[in-house]
Design a binder for this molecule. Structure first.
Ligand code: EPZ
Length: 421
């Protein structure tokens, strides 16, 4: 099991490129299955989750070639096995995104229930309810969702779908299913993340009719067929936000190429309030900071609010800043697992249910800590970068799921960090 060894206390300086977004690449690799024609996806990040998704797509009988420049060519003309087996789904719940496209194109899909993960139960009941509204008959058997069209149907039917809560991958499943359904689908309380906008743009490039993506109301008018296209994946706002927090915490001056402030407005606003300097520069974002910051309270909410995927990273900033902060996690039920590890490094944090209160300390001290989920592992890396002495972050397979070349990029910025097998 790989570990990261970090010697803290060095400011970050220089320039790195932000990779393509994991949470856009994963649905878009599935959306490629909506057409029998070849699909070209550019700026796909080299991540464990992407490797798993490509394995899943190949297992279905499609071809998927991933070239060194980040381009993936997918040809699903020969796809003959519309299934997502447990073996592949258990490590990557985003495989649930195969459900919509397989149902839409083949009229059937067998997808393993994803099961929970460290941050919560992560049910997919909303996905099932929405697809059933479009006519899908879905039964749960032996841990699988077995979906098919009613007798005599050749395609799904458009429907009005309002989910009980806003769901990102639920919205994406419905968009992909509706693209080939008969008639019109309206998503009432759709997720508005930039990754949703990017998926809608890709579907339209394939000949779909998607409108309002990026707002709470999306309208999809089904078409008979989708054709091949080329789509470049949007930059990863969470990777970008993670590096913004790292520079704000360590001090320094960094350019994040391809980073987009308009996808991180609330986080950037908070960083500025804390005392860091963040501005758009040609083709990216410049972040620089020196001296101690002011801790900032925040509550995670759906986009465009403060992203839950940035909660752990910003908390690290708070624990070494001046003053107290109140951090409220409203999306997932168990997303404070980084807290106990940060406390081992000297952080002062009180957790009560969904609320964590941080009390700023001058320094953290390096320690051996354990990653438990993707974003918690990123927060421990940031903590190691600012702590006195050596920090070893264990179980960084969590990090590898969602960050391309994290230690390489940090080394490029002057950090003292190395991967130990
Ligand atoms: C997506 O997960 C992201 N993953 C997550 O990123 C992100 O944290 C999350 O959205 C929230 O922004 C991908 O896009 C691949 P949800 P998703 O459905 O779609 C409940 C990361 O770190 N819910 O928006 O699974 C659910 O339990 C990952 O990159 C139901 O109850 O999240 C949660 O409390 C972690 N039933 C809330 O809704 C359902 O059928 C939001 O979940 C669906 C969701």
């Amino acid at each position: 099991m790989d570990k990261l060894l970090i010697r803290g206390g060095r400011p970050l300086r220089g320039e790195i490129r932000i990779s393509g977004a994991k949470n856009a690449a994963l649905p878009e690799l599935c959306a490629a299955l909506l057409t029998a024609e070849p699909m070209t996806l550019q700026n796909i990040p080299r991540l464990q989750d992407v490797a798993t998704m490509l394995k899943l797509i190949r297992n279905m009988g499609a071809t998927a070639d991933f070239s060194p420049d980040g381009t993936v060519l997918i040809d699903s003309k020969e796809l003959h096995f519309p299934e997502a087996p447990y073996e592949m789904v258990k490590t990557m719940r985003a495989a649930v995104l195969a459900l919509g496209p397989l149902l839409a194109r083949f009229g059937e899909a067998t997808v393993s229930l994803p099961g929970g993960c460290a941050i919560g139960a992560r049910p997919v009941d909303q996905h099932i309810k929405g697809l059933q509204k479009m006519g899908a008959e879905i039964v749960i058997e032996h841990g699988y969702m077995i979906a098919k069209l009613p007798k005599g149907w050749t395609r799904l039917k458009g429907a009005n779908i309002r989910t009980d809560m806003i769901t990102v991958t639920g919205t994406e499943n419905f968009m992909m299913a509706a693209a080939l359904a008969e008639g019109e689908t309206i998503l009432e309380n759709a997720a508005m993340e930039p990754e949703i906008t990017d998926l809608g743009d890709m579907l339209n490039a394939m000949g779909a009719k998607v409108e309002g993506h990026g707002t709470e109301r999306i309208r999809i008018t089904g078409v008979d067929k989708l054709h091949g296209a080329t789509h470049k994946v949007v930059a990863d706002r969470i990777e970008c936000g993670t590096f913004l927090c790292a520079v704000a915490a360590t001090g320094g001056d960094v350019i994040l190429r391809d980073g987009r402030i308009d996808h991180l407005e609330v986080v950037v606003e908070m960083l500025k309030k804390a005392g860091a300097h963040v501005e758009a520069v040609d083709g990216g974002i410049r972040v620089h900071s020196e001296g101690r910051l002011e801790a900032q309270s925040f509550k995670t909410t759906e986009y465009p609010g403060f992203p839950t995927d940035m909660q752990a990273q910003f908390m690290v900033l708070n624990v070494i800043s001046e003053g107290d902060s109140k951090v409220t996690e409203t999306i997932f039920e168990n997303r404070f697992m980084h807290v106990s590890e940060l406390m081992r490094m000297g952080a002062k944090i009180d957790v009560d249910g969904k609320v964590a209160i941080t009390h700023g300390v001058e320094r953290l001290s390096g320690a051996t800590v354990m990653a438990t989920d993707l974003r918690a592992s990123a927060s421990l890396v940031i903590a190691g970068l600012v702590a006195d002495g050596e920090t070893i972050v264990d179980r960084i397979y969590h990090l590898d799921r969602g960050y391309e070349q994290m230690e390489g990029k940090l080394t490029q910025l002057g950090a003292d960090i190395e991967r130990i097998k």
